[in-house]
Design a protein around this ligand. Sequence first.
Ligand code: PLP
Length: 454
Amino acid sequence: MIIVTSLHVNEVLDRLKIKNPTSVARHERATRALAMEIVGTVDISCPVYIASVDGACVTDIDGNEYVDLTMGFGPHVLGHRPPAVETALTEQLGKGWHWGVHNDIQIELAELVQEMSPCAEKVVFCNSGTEATMLAIRAARAFSGRSKVAVFDGSYHGVHDYALMVADNTSARSEPTPRRRGAGIPDQVLETVMMLPYNDDSAFDVIRRNADDLALVLVEPVQSSNPREDIGPWLRSLSRACREAGVLFMLDEVITGFRLAPGGGQEYFDVVADLATFGKALGGGLPIGAVAGRADVMSVFGRGTERARPIFSGGTFSGNPLSMIAGVAALTYMKENLEFFDELNERGRKLSRLVNEHAVATNAPVVMMGAGSMFHLRFTDAPIVSFRDVTIDFQETERLFYQLLQERGVLVPGIHLAFISLAHSDADVLFVARAINESIDDLRKAGYFEGMPA
Ligand code: PLP
């Protein structure tokens, strides 16, 4: 139990630095060589460097141990270093790890994706989720002969130009306009992307009105900015609206694929897409991306059709044997142990329940949003329908909260999207819930929720 005598971001940071002298020194060295260590949004206030990982646990180079909620930003659905994946990788290393010409492990992984994922009549591999969404957009444009793509307020689809769009907060909630996220994206790109309101039926009408220009509507089954279990009916209506308007519908399953269910968000929410993109868990923890979907649309990766010319795609490391073998090992384990998805999701819901019940009981302005094993704790005292409702009023409070959590031995990246895995036991879930609830209590005691009834 941490005794809170004083609670200020800098004081807690100082305490963390004392616990992490080697990491602090390493971070200073890093800033001299690296323009950017990790993406700004995943920065944690006191960076720690990891020495080793096992199951649900990470140990940093100062010897501190944490229950990890980062899980490699999502890929490690089976936990860190699951024996099935480690064995497969070790065996593959003895045969070589990259040779460019065909390797038949790709076929095996593609067959597993076909078998497990509802829309996957054909599959193409690449190296990241970013590449996957970029290629899917290109494929949809080639197939449809149209140039616009529609994304949703609060979405994330990677770091290529067409994905780095956010809603302009000054635009109408039901008809948001896109704004570029960061510099370096040409004006012309903005003209080819449309922004739609998330979890809002008015999106359907916008799709209908713009159908002649729209190549693709893409959405995450669960947005990492506001993960939620109640989105299924809206996703099914969206899929229907796209079908009726004759617009291709894509689910970006980079996070949800092989996490929420064997068939990802499509199975979890009972909705089938024309195209789906994958990454993260598909590679068993190694770099990977994939586009999968209807055979006619996917034909543009090959010879094309009478109406649609082929696209160019490829990549030096696409389909490399190491990522493929790790993916085969992970998906095979999943296929042979299907019951674990329900157990994992149930454990995830328990974590959300424990935090939300405590928040209600103590009237803390906190809600643990979640879907299955993914979470995003939001500091707010109002209902969240979409990302528009996510308040930034509590930014300082949030920063402090995650420092307190780090002190208590729970690691969450700066983006605050958290995951549990098959390796997180019931005891780990209770440990995490207690750490979260005690940190919330600390904030209350220190007056951070002042003005709210106790
Ligand atoms: N799509 C979604 C839904 C994601 O969450 C991410 C990454 O978090 C991406 C695409 C990009 O994947 P990557 O980071 O592998 O490029």
